[in-house]
Design a protein around this ligand. Sequence first.
Ligand SMILES: Nc1ncnc2c1ncn2[C@@H]1O[C@H](COP(=O)(O)OP(=O)(O)OP(=O)(O)O)[C@@H](O)[C@H]1O
Ligand SMILES: CC(=O)N[C@H]1[C@@H]2OC[C@@H](O2)[C@@H](O)[C@@H]1O[C@H](C)C(=O)O
Length: 398
Amino acid sequence: MNSQIEKLYEISKKENRLIIGLMSGTSLDGLDIALCKIQGSGFDTKLEIVHFDTLPYQDEFRNYIRQIFAKTEINQQDFSGINPYIALVHADLIKKALTKWQVSSDTIDLIASHGQTVYHAPQSLTKNINLPNSTLQIGDGDHIAVHTGIITLSDFRQKHIAAGGEGAPLAAYGDFLLFTDVVENRILLNIGGISNFTFLPNKHTELKAFATDLGPGNTMMNQYMFQHFGREMDLDAQIAMSGSVNDVLLEHLLQEEFLELDFPKTTGPELFNLQYLKKKQSSSNTQNLSPADVMATLNMFSASSISNGIKYLAQGLDNVVVYISGGGLHNPLLMDNIAKALPTIKVASIDEIDMNPDAKEACLFAILANEAVAGSPNNVSGLKDSPAVCMGKLSFPH
Ligand SMILES: Nc1ncnc2c1ncn2[C@@H]1O[C@H](COP(=O)(O)OP(=O)(O)OP(=O)(O)O)[C@@H](O)[C@H]1O
Ligand SMILES: CC(=O)N[C@H]1[C@@H]2OC[C@@H](O2)[C@@H](O)[C@@H]1O[C@H](C)C(=O)O
């Protein structure tokens, strides 16, 4: 037997696995690296975060990604090179993290690499029925495996699409296994570039768990901050807090077909971007707003699209608690706007149920890898609108 297959077989039989989960999101701040100790599989899964860090990207990295991210026209030669380039940067960051934590790479069982999303194209967005749903994450898994010496699973989203999904959100799988509760009807809201939630009905109802995107999270605010202030984000909402919401622009921003579609649905910065803002400013005749007022309005736009989705889901349900993760949790105005729009629903950080809000997405990919080697599609057959599959492609170091 190939020794790598034998090693994988041994890993699949272990009581505990050490898995590095990686997430590189749309905000391009850095690579989230979660070293997880995972016991069991399915509903018996127990996850402990042994170490977590976000290691920052350099400007060169950000610039390469910006050349291609969510763009319909790109330079193919550069694109071809950026795929292994990302993987090499990620492998280097993993090695740096292991050195910092004083952990030997020999002790790590698997890497679960999300890669960098460069384009998300469900048919609902492209309106092209001749081409299937598609999504593209790059940062080649073979390069990561060879350069770290660790068996790597990557490119998780393709199986989801092959089996009938849109390739996102995948959070449902890990959320379902880790956080389903006996009494609470939980909404696990993640506010990254795009906002999405997983609905986890309590174990006694007939309802089924599912996940969906909601609309913009931080992405439009970040893009506007970069264009008008040369900054990566509106740190602590300082700019948005100095402006006022323009109700006419807000109303126009909220007029979008995607926001009216039934759950589940997925989207990306391919739709929610500065061109979208420009179009809405022009239709609402609000081109002359100050940048601070635009930021206040964008902040409220994200909060409204999130709270509208939650209100729609929560109607008629008791004991609903929203647990928030992702960078949006650190934006005080966004949190305030969401809480004010949901006066009758308990809203808390996911910290309250023992998960680090910044590490959650990276951990969820570690769970997917764990299921791929030691679980079964049956473990996730209770999810609504998500195919019961194990995901991730395998790369051996040699
Ligand atoms: N102190 C802060 N003040 C305001 N916004 C913040 C703060 N800290 C983080 N954010 C926002 O959170 C973003 C990072 O969030 P996160 O890391 O969850 O996104 P991501 O992983 O890139 O996105 P995605 O989930 O879409 O892949 C930042 O770009 C910023 O917009
Ligand atoms: C295509 C893609 O990368 N989608 C991301 C993005 O970031 C948030 C939202 O849009 C979500 O659909 C997804 O990520 C999370 C981890 C998911 O799949 O659940």
